[in-house]
Design a protein around this ligand. Structure first.
Ligand code: HPA
Length: 258
């Protein structure tokens, strides 16, 4: 990243957040990274006067399934463009009965059940030149606290300022998808101590940590996880909850970025 790139908060929008309400785009950056192309061009613009970046995780249009997202390219591109913090928005299923559809959750822990994803920048063979000086020496990053404490506090404070009901902790289960889980898989996740389940939280959080980017997630519960609800899980039902919730998410981002 060159010295002259101004810093800014980046938002990675997931399902239901393909665009940021109130965001005035000023430029679009179609970057290539050493890891390939990000999901979509990164939008640079202003949210209430503050510079910020926005990236649609599933691409534009919304087509890239969770296991095919180029998480490495996405975070690399945001850092290249001067992101000093990354806020991820994730649609999730609720496992904990206190987290029903419509609820907003700021998770503080994660369990990774994904497989076969490019999950690290430390991926060289030790012989070829590393893609960047920063990655030349293998580092086992500390992931005890997967989310950045300062950014989580900012999110919670923004939620408080708006009087939103926001869960201030929770364990996010990252599953492979793109199918939803079986009821038995959800029982297993509940036994493992997971509160919400989604498909995109990892390796995103770990890659941000490898790059030294403060990262936090704002989850919106869009359905009761498999086997826990009374209705079948349908895209239509999830979309309804998302539509109703996206205004609160946008408001929160606005306050956070201010
Ligand atoms: N499981 C996994 N990912 C999800 C879900 C779910 O129930 N809802 C939204 N994303």
């Amino acid at each position: 990243m060159s010295e002259s790139v101004p810093v800014s908060t980046a938002v990675i929008g997931g399902t239901g957040l393909q665009a940021l309400a109130g965001f005035q785009a000023e430029a679009e950056h179609a970057l290539q990274t050493p890891f390939g192309a990000p999901s979509a061009p990164v939008q640079e613009g202003r949210l209430d006067g503050r510079r910020c970046l926005f990236l649609a995780r599933h691409g534009v249009p919304h087509r890239i399934p969770p296991h095919r997202i180029n998480y490495r390219a996405n975070l690399w591109a945001l850092r290249e463009l001067g992101a000093d913090a990354v806020l991820a928005v994730n649609a999730v299923g609720g496992i904990n009965p206190t987290m029903p559809p419509g609820r907003l959750v700021v998770p503080d822990q994660v369990v990774d059940y994904t497989w076969g994803r490019a999950h690290s920048y430390y991926d060289g063979d030790g012989v070829s030149a590393p893609v960047s000086d920063q990655l030349s020496e293998l580092e086992h990053v500390d992931f005890t606290e997967p989310y950045d404490a300062g950014l989580r506090q900012r999110l919670l404070a923004a939620g408080n300022a708006l009087g939103l009901q926001l869960d201030s902790a929770g364990t996010y289960a990252a599953t492979q998808g793109p199918r939803l889980e079986s009821a038995a898989e959800i029982r297993r996740l509940a036994n493992d101590g997971c509160d919400v389940v989604g498909m995109t939280g990892m390796p995103e959080a770990a890659l941000a940590r490898e790059l030294g980017l403060p990262y936090a997630s704002l989850c919106i519960v869009v359905n009761a996880a498999a086997g826990l609800g009374t209705e079948p899980i349908t895209l239509e039902a999830m979309s309804e909850v998302l539509e109703a919730g996206s205004a609160r998410v946008a408001e929160l981002l606005l306050v956070l970025i201010k």
